[in-house]
Design a protein around this ligand. Structure first.
Ligand SMILES: NC(=O)CC[C@H](N)C(=O)O
Length: 225
């Protein structure tokens, strides 16, 4: 039986369809999860996709982090379930306390929308095990609040323990600290990144199919769990 991977929809989510398609391309079965429903429907992993949940009111991801479904995601992540947060999903995972630090307004206050080369700094997480360490992948970035910030202690801990998973290879276009594009939880099961791998699964519609590696990685992670 193929793994079942949940994709959450909040009011204002944009990229749930593309995330579900990426899951399908990888050979797994996407399962729709709804923000107001705490039931994770027995999925093997969860993706928190990008967009403008609750209109980005208060702060990006702040309201979504308190949705009923997120209580279940936090509990499941505590039990080792792989969770991937993409863009607004990354913001939600930080707001929910599953990942440290925060995403602040981009340097120069501009929304950045362009393809970016990312370097895979850690290929031992649940979402990056199919990549070579140091591989560079081309993935779209489209966000207004993508500048990763954290306390000096948190940054040192992330760097020292290899929890910086993706870095902007040519320097952060949004002022992100240390050119950080994505990070992982201590056990490597929860990963968040600002760029959008789900928009890079087919060269016909995206800049590459490099993003597929994240979704394929989850297959190994749930099988070996
Ligand atoms: N593409 C997205 O998920 C956008 C995330 C968020 N709303 C921002 O602009 O930063």
């Amino acid at each position: 039986m193929s793994p079942r991977i949940g994709v959450i929809t909040f009011p204002g989510t944009l990229d749930d369809d593309d995330a579900a398609r990426a899951v399908r391309y990888s050979g797994a079965e996407p399962v729709s999860l709804w923000h107001a429903d705490a039931d994770l429907k027995g999925v093997d992993a969860v993706i928190v996709p990008g967009g403008f949940s609750y209109g980005d009111y208060l702060r990006c991801g702040a309201i979504a982090s308190m949705a009923p479904v997120m209580g279940s995601v936090v509990e499941a992540a505590g039990g080792g379930m792989p969770v991937l947060g993409i863009c607004n999903g990354f913001q939600i995972l930080c707001e929910a306390g599953l990942l440290p630090g925060a995403l602040a307004r981009n340097e120069k206050m501009h929304f950045v929308c362009r393809d970016e080369w990312l370097r895979v700094e850690n290929n031992s997480t649940a979402w990056t095990n199919r990549f070579e360490a140091g591989a560079e992948i081309l993935v779209p970035l489209k966000s207004g609040e993508g500048r990763y910030i954290a306390t000096a202690d948190t940054l040192a801990e992330l760097e020292d323990s290899g929890r910086v998973v993706f870095r902007y290879a040519a320097g952060a276009p949004n002022g992100s600290t240390g050119d950080i594009a994505g990070i992982a939880s201590e056990n490597g099961r929860v990963v968040g990144l600002m760029p959008h791998p789900e928009h890079a699964i087919d060269p016909l519609t995206g800049p590459s199919n490099d993003g597929l590696g994240l979704f394929l990685s989850a297959l190994d992670a749930v099988v070996s769990a």
